[in-house]
Design a protein around this ligand. Sequence first.
Ligand code: SF4
Ligand code: SF4
Length: 249
Amino acid sequence: MKKTHDNKWIDRWMQSQSVPLWGAADIRELCFRMGEEQEPYPNAVSWAIPMPPDIMAGIKNGPTQAYAQAYTEVNARITEIAHSLSKAIGQKGFRAHPLAASDRTDLENIRGDFPHKTAATLSGLGWVGRHCQLVTRQFGPWVRLGTVFTEIPMIYGTPFNRGYCGTCRACVEACPAIALSGKDWKPGIEREEILDAAACDRWKKEHYAQFHKGHNCGICSSVCPYSPFPFNKRNCDEGIKTFNIRSEI
Ligand code: SF4
Ligand code: SF4
């Protein structure tokens, strides 16, 4: 039988690396090239590594040393996986390029080369909440993301095309920088419509400089009721109804 995709191979590879959640995205419309490369990449492999839930639950009032350490470790693991996967795909004869975790290449606009969230929503890993972060079914927003661009053939996941925040505004109200507009995400929306990245960045630098020179906060993620059970219970008890629609996703 003719082989048409490598999802099973990648699935086994991800399992060998203890990656619990991954998907494939069709990014042909984005025409994305890395650096000087001539040919755009048609596909992206996207994956999520969960952050320790007890640490995430403990940053509702601001980042902690434990969070900063976990952030560093998970990012390092994501970057390691990205390089290993790119190499493994290359050994199968296909072009692949890793995207580093949380690597700001455009300091002025506070952006990387490509948003990990775009690959994640297109591959069906999750949707973007009012806190401008990916929300996954399995781990809520308490994840960090990795991406590899490639031309290896894959079956794509089903992209998300809307958010599921419902009436919740927990993150908007909790953000100390007043950086979240409260607007719902939809594919193609400009980040600026949801997040004032400059205000977020300024707050972190002014108040949390001791954590990665002001790169950490996470309050908006910590308070999200989509965080994994049992950490979401308190928020649900407070009347947030968002979970009523969870069966849709
Ligand atoms: S990371 Fe902190 S400052 Fe930035 S949007 Fe979230 S809560 Fe606000
Ligand atoms: S805290 Fe509420 S509004 Fe913010 S992303 Fe989570 S569900 Fe959406």
